[in-house]
Design a protein around this ligand. Structure first.
Ligand SMILES: CC(C)(COP(=O)(O)OP(=O)(O)OC[C@H]1O[C@@H](n2cnc3c(N)ncnc32)[C@H](O)[C@@H]1OP(=O)(O)O)[C@@H](O)C(=O)NCCC(=O)NCCS
Length: 367
């Protein structure tokens, strides 16, 4: 059977950082509280569109896989913050890369987006429709942050990650590399816990939308509980489907929502911290971008070896959840590198956030 194997990985983190100390100047919070409750010290604020981040992550992943854009059959972008409703980010990336042979579409499952995209790609590769697929998770979340509201603005950051999936003939039965099992789920009755009413992040702030529609409505405590249950239950089901237990897992790469969510969920699974990859400290929660960026960082840190059993698991708005069990292939080093960079900027983080602060000011008449 053909399986979907990750053969390329890349990420793009914009250069301007928002530290916890910066946030202390914007709302009533402090570094110790944020780090202790979330594991986050800083996050990136993008000076370019999310599509630009997606493009660079994609070029890096393609170089890593040793592929050219015309080799691709499909481009799938997972994003909660697409630049426009139509055309999709995926088609904009197709045009920019010159991936003329690729179908392209976006998918929104909030923070579970990369896992949903991987599940979709797995089905397409196993059915024989696609052989080489580029999956991107890209977010410009700061646009939905009201930086005077400490309940949510401390958590989220911007960034993009990408992975190339290729079909691999599994000639060695159970030990073959690639995606082994999938679990996906959703509970729309809890959708009200994370809501953004407006869509389209091009420009800054949102063109023509009132601030109450573009701001994230977020019920942190409720989300925390559902996330822990969602991640642990989903990963367990995916392992059962793979005929495995927690003991078989070499590394869990969870969605980076909050270090405490990751810790509680993996403890429930019976997986100790040494087998869990966490890189939230300087990225924050980057929604659909977090898992592909974490895959990149885990490989760079030497945390994945050929043949390892890796579990990807996520929870997000909707609410949605999902998990993937995969066996890593033989390669953990890039075949090539892409040297391009984002356009440079001299802007400070406060320069970048000024229009955001002005935009959301009417929601804080007493501030
Ligand atoms: C948002 C979150 C960090 C809040 O942490 P928490 O431990 O639940 O904190 P609480 O909301 O219980 O608040 C505890 C206290 O800290 C205060 N507080 C809340 N946010 C604060 C902040 N940014 N800085 C300082 N104090 C803060 C609260 O007002 C409260 O004070 P009180 O006890 O005097 O009333 C946490 O709920 C969370 O991470 N939720 C889910 C996050 C997520 O990533 N969701 C997306 C999933 S994909």
């Amino acid at each position: 059977m053909q399986r979907a194997v990750i053969t390329g990985w890349g990420k793009c983190v914009p250069p301007v950082r928002l530290t916890n100390a910066d946030l202390e100047r914007l709302c009533d919070t402090d570094d110790d509280w944020i780090f202790e409750r979330t594991g986050i010290r800083s996050r990136a604020i993008s000076h370019v569109e999310g599509t630009d981040l997606a493009e660079l992550a994609a070029r890096r992943a393609l170089a890593c896989a040793g592929l050219e854009p015309p080799d691709l059959d499909l481009i799938l972008v997972a994003s909660t913050t697409p630049e426009l409703l139509c055309p999709s980010v995926a088609t904009m990336i197709q045009e920019r890369l010159g991936a003329a042979n690729a179908a392209a579409f976006d998918l929104n499952a909030a923070c579970s987006g990369f896992v949903y995209a991987t599940a979709t790609v797995t089905g397409m590769i196993e059915s024989g429709f696609a052989n080489r697929v580029l999956v991107i998770g890209a977010e410009k979340l700061h646009i939905a942050m009201d930086y005077r509201d400490r309940s949510h603005c401390i958590l989220f950051g911007d960034g993009a990650g990408a992975a190339v999936y290729e079909a691999s003939e599994s000639t060695d039965g159970e030990s073959g590399a690639g995606v082994i099992s999938v679990d996906l789920g959703a509970d729309g009755t809890k959708g009200g816990t994370m809501v953004v009413q407006a869509m389209g992040t091009r420009g800054e702030p949102y063109g023509g939308q009132p601030p109450e529609k573009t701001r994230l409505h977020f019920e942190g405590q409720a989300v925390f509980k559902i996330a822990v249950q969602g991640i642990a239950g989903s990963a367990m089901r995916a392992l059962e489907r793979a005929g495995m237990t927690a003991d078989d897992v070499d590394l869990v790469i969870p969605h980076q929502a909050n270090a405490r969510i990751i810790e509680s969920a993996t403890r429930r699974l019976g997986i100790e911290p040494e087998r869990v990859f966490v890189n939230i400290e300087h990225l924050g929660n980057t929604a659909a971008a977090s898992i592909p960026m974490a895959i990149h960082d885990a490989l760079q840190a030497g945390r994945i070896a050929p043949g390892d059993i890796v579990v990807l698991t996520a929870f997000g708005g909707g609410v949605t959840w999902g998990s993937i069990v995969l066996r890593w292939g033989y390669r953990t080093e890039p075949l090539g590198t892409h040297e391009g960079e984002l356009p440079p900027t001299d802007a400070t983080v406060f320069d970048l956030l000024q229009s955001n602060l002005d935009f959301y000011a009417p929601l804080h008449p007493d501030a």
